[in-house]
Structure formats: C-alpha cells, structure tokens
Design a protein around this ligand. Structure first.
Ligand code: ATP
Ligand code: MG
Ligand code: MG
Length: 392
C-alpha cells in the first residue's frame, strides 16, 4: 500500500490504536515514548534492529531526531511535544524528505491554549470570551471584573483531562486557584453555561480538504470525558450540519494533514462555541472503530500518507463509548465493568495495557453499538450499573 514508515511521538492509548490500524494496512510504525512496554509498543513488535522503537521523551530533542532518522512521516498522538525540534528537523535537507503531520506550526498554535483561542478568534471561529492573565492575584482579579464570576482559570500548556483547569467562584478563591495550578502560565475563560458538550472529528488531507465524522455528544464528569453518544440527538435538525460546518472551517485554518478533534459547547439558544481543538485522533472518536465505515485512526494514517480517505459515515443506528477511568490503584473496578461488558451484545472492550491503575487515569474504554437508541440504553445500563458509585 505504501513503503513509507510512520514515526509517532507518544506511545499511549492513541498510539496503540493508531498502531493497530497501521498493522491492518501493513504500514510500518516506530514509536517514541519512555520505556519499552507502554500501550503502543506492546502491540507493535519492533520492525528490525535499525527500526527499533525509541526509548525517550517526545519532548527530548535528541530522541525526536533519533526517531526522525528512522522514518518518512512523523505524526503525534499528543500535542505536548517539542515543536522547535520539529521545525529544525524539517528545515534540514535529507535524501528522502521527511513529512510532519500535522505541521509544526499547527502544533505550536494548538499546544498553547491561549494562542489557540487567539488564533480561532482571529479566524472568526466562534469562541467564548477569554483573556490573558499572569499568575498574580491582581491580574486574575481584573480578569474577574472583565469576565465576571465564576470564571475558569486554565493552564495555557500541558493540560489534559481537566488537570490544568480551576473554577473560580469568588474573588477569595483566586490565590488558591493560582497555587493549585502550580504557577504555570495561565489564562482565564468566561464561564460557559452550556446545555450540552458536542464534538466533531475532522480529517484533513495533505491538500487541505476536510471531511467530518458525525457529531457526537460528550458527557464529562469532573472535567473528564465519561461517555460519548452518536448520532447527536436533539430538537434542532440543523445542529449536526452547523456543528460540522464550524468544526470544518476551524480545521481549515490549520496546516498539515491528519485527524483533528473539535470540542464544542452548545448553548441554550442553539449557538455553538469551540472549547478546544486537538490536532490528533481524539477520545470522542474512539467510537469510530466499531461504528463508522472507516475509523479515525485509519483515516489519520490515510491522510498523513496521502492515501484516499475512507468514508466517515456511521454504519450503525446508535452507538455509545464509555471511558474506563481508574477508581483507585486497583484494576478491580475496571474488571467488574469489563466482565459485565462480556455479557452485552454489541459491546467491545478496549483495554490499554497501562502498567498501573490510578484514580482518574484512562485505563480503557467500551464501545456499544445498537439498532436503536432504546436498544443502546438497554445495553449501556448494566455497564453503568457496574461502575463504582463514586466514579471519578
Ligand atoms: P481534554 O484535553 O482532556 O479534553 P483539558 O484538560 O484540555 O481536557 P478542557 O477541555 O479545557 O480541559 O476542559 C475540560 C472540561 O471542563 C470541558 O470539557 C468542560 O466540561 C469544562 N469546561 C472547560 N472550559 C469551560 C468553561 N469556560 N466554562 C464551563 N465549563 C468549562
Ligand atoms: Mg485539552
Ligand atoms: Mg477538552
């Protein structure tokens, strides 16, 4: 299909699912991540001694160069990578050219949430109000005057699963919020009283064409994605098309190929704001493996390898994805739910092979497909009932 070798910066669950898709297409993959036995490396035997996986951090310039020397196309499963090194590597001429997808410029914009919001605003993508702050009480106090309370104080960089977000309800909480976020570079967002969170996976080709997956509803618990439902249901028949149009327009403003996850807030009056964009396969797109004609992982590979994209259409009537989030250091609670899933028709268990279970850590997910929403609810019920009552 292609002789090109793909290098992935990061070897967690997204790298594992990209690797599983790559193996179906005979696409060779080399992983850069710390350790020898992370989620992605477990499913991808090293191709040869010269194409061995790289043991190191995706933020380490030397290790990124080591990976780049082995491959034809570099891609990411996490945006918190060292962009300066990617730019340097791209500017060095080599015998077989190296492609980097998405482009380092795209990763640079997206990995800083304030820069990302400023970019989206400048491109007329709908975002709710935000403002820069420095990590002083005075600065956050003036943000509170501008944006009103409550507000969401956010880390500009290295945020995931809501770690890096802190709600400020009252001025008296500002000092604690700043220290909770560890003196990292911050910005403030107006509190968004959304009625629903929705997401659209968009795949972008090397030529800049975009194609969306069906919009989904995402349900978060304590800032972490808990459930995803597709297709999107609601009273407004224009909503799916409007959500796709906003997501596609936003993704068109970036450069480079691959999948983007566009997280959005739906307001009571039907208006949509973009929350954030991930320049890679996304948690809200796990369901595409079982429920769509082509998964987000396969389409990411097709896009970065300049192969024709596959259909993004839903191939089932109704689907849901349940994240398996660690409850403690024990896998017992997860196993209870995966055992329950074994008895549910249409349920597929995905475990990520993480060496340690921790409270709040994503350990796996379950996708359920069904012939109707009613059947989906019946199939989902025993899984939800199996969760510990105080699931994080
Ligand atoms: P991830 O990358 O894992 O999706 P993150 O750490 O980047 O998460 P955000 O997506 O910024 O965090 O926020 C996590 C959740 O917090 C959102 O999905 C939403 O439920 C809530 N949230 C974020 N920003 C706001 C806001 N301005 N107003 C109200 N709720 C918000
Ligand atoms: Mg995020
Ligand atoms: Mg998010």
């Amino acid at each position: 299909m292609t002789d090109k070798i793909v290098g992935i910066l990061g070897g967690g669950q997204l790298g594992r699912m990209l690797g599983a898709s790559a193996s179906l297409l005979n696409v060779k993959v080399v992983i850069l991540d710390v350790g020898e036995t992370g989620p992605a490396k477990q499913v991808l035997a090293p191709l040869s001694p010269t194409l061995a996986h790289v043991d190191g951090s995706f933020a380490d310039p030397e290790k990124i160069r080591e990976l780049a020397a082995k491959v034809d196309v570099l891609t990411i499963e996490i945006e918190h990578v060292d962009v300066k090194t990617l730019e340097d590597i791209q500017s060095i001429p080599r015998q077989t050219p190296l492609a980097i997808h998405p482009s380092p410029a795209t990763i640079h914009i997206i990995q800083d949430k304030l820069r990302q919001k400023e970019h989206l605003l400048s491109q007329d993508s709908p975002v709710s109000e935000f403002c820069p702050v420095d990590s002083t009480e005075e600065s956050v106090r003036s943000a509170a005057v501008q944006l009103d309370l409550p507000l969401m104080l956010k880390s500009r960089t290295l945020a995931y699963d809501g770690r890096g977000n802190c709600v400020v309800q009252q001025v008296s909480q500002i000092a604690d919020a700043i220290s909770a976020l560890g003196k990292r570079p911050l910005y403030a967002e107006k509190w968004v009283p959304f009625v629903k969170e929705i997401a659209v996976i968009v795949v972008r080709t090397i030529d800049g064409e975009v194609q969306s997956y069906p919009p989904v509803e995402t349900v978060h618990k304590d800032n972490v994605c808990h459930l995803v439902f597709a297709p999107l249901r609601g009273h407004d028949p224009t909503l799916p098309q409007r959500a796709c149009a906003i997501a596609e327009a936003a993704v068109k403003t970036f450069t480079g190929a691959g999948v983007f996850g566009v997280e959005m807030f739906l307001m009571e009056d039907g208006c949509i704001f973009i929350n954030e964009i991930a320049p890679r396969p996304h948690n809200s797109g796990h369901y595409t493996i079982e429920a769509c004609e082509t998964s987000q992982y396969e389409n990411h590979l097709r896009a970065i390898l300049n192969l024709p994209l596959g259909s993004t259409a839903l191939k089932v009537q109704s689907t849901a994805m349940l994240n398996l989030i660690g409850h403690s250091s024990s896998m017992d609670e997860i196993t209870t739910t995966t055992n329950a899933a074994l008895a549910v028709p249409g349920a597929t268990v995905h475990l990520y092979g993480k060496s340690e279970c921790r409270k709040g850590r994503k350990m796996g997910h379950i996708t359920i497909v069904a012939d109707s929403d009613a059947q989906l609810r019946d199939r989902l019920r025993p899984l939800l009932q199996s969760l510990p009552s105080s699931t994080p």
